[in-house]
Design a protein around this ligand. Structure first.
Ligand code: DAT
Ligand code: MG
Length: 151
């Protein structure tokens, strides 16, 4: 059982629509540990680096415009299996295909406004957290609930 970290980000539409508390609450209630959190206006260069694998896609310029269009909420979450589990909590990329009960399934209708990002592998979790956070912004701590979450 490997402890992983996932980079979760509430995109500008999620912030503007007042969904920050709802989204954080889902990861918190599930039992993952929040080790980094900030509101942040993303510069264009950082958005381009974060999404560099999608550089050649036709929607890339609009994606960068969207992500830099207002403040985002950056989060680092830690836990066993957090990367895959967070992807399930977030739901399919296209919110119309996302299951009810997921963040995108409950709160969004379009791929270009899908309210939240989640890392797709533990390696990318590490890479993205290093990209979006300074080292001193990450806080190691032990939640008192830990023995009640895991035997
Ligand atoms: P995900 O965010 O589910 O990991 P992804 O990594 O394939 O999806 O794409 C990153 C973001 O790019 C996605 O959240 C929204 C945007 N995007 C992806 N495919 C798109 C498409 N076909 N049209 C418009 N935007 C798209
Ligand atoms: Mg992705």
């Amino acid at each position: 059982e490997q402890v992983e970290q996932s980079y979760i980000m509430i995109k500008p539409d999620g912030v503007q629509r007042g969904l920050v508390g709802d989204i954080i609450s889902r990861f918190e209630k599930k039992g993952f540990k929040l080790i980094g959190l900030k509101i942040f206006q993303c510069p264009k260069e950082l958005a381009e680096e974060h999404y560099k694998d999608l550089q050649s896609k036709p929607f890339f310029p609009k994606l960068i415009e969207y992500i830099t269009s207002g403040p985002v909420v950056c989060m680092a979450w830690e836990g066993v299996g957090v990367v895959a589990s967070a992807r399930k909590l977030i739901g399919a990329t296209n919110p119309l295909q996302a299951e009810p009960g997921t963040i995108r399934g409950d709160l969004a209708v379009q791929t270009g406004r899908n309210v939240v990002h989640g890392s797709d592998s533990p390696e990318n979790g590490k890479r993205e957290i290093a990209l979006w956070f300074e080292e001193g912004e990450l806080v190691p701590w032990t939640p008192v609930q830990e023995p009640w979450l895991r035997e």
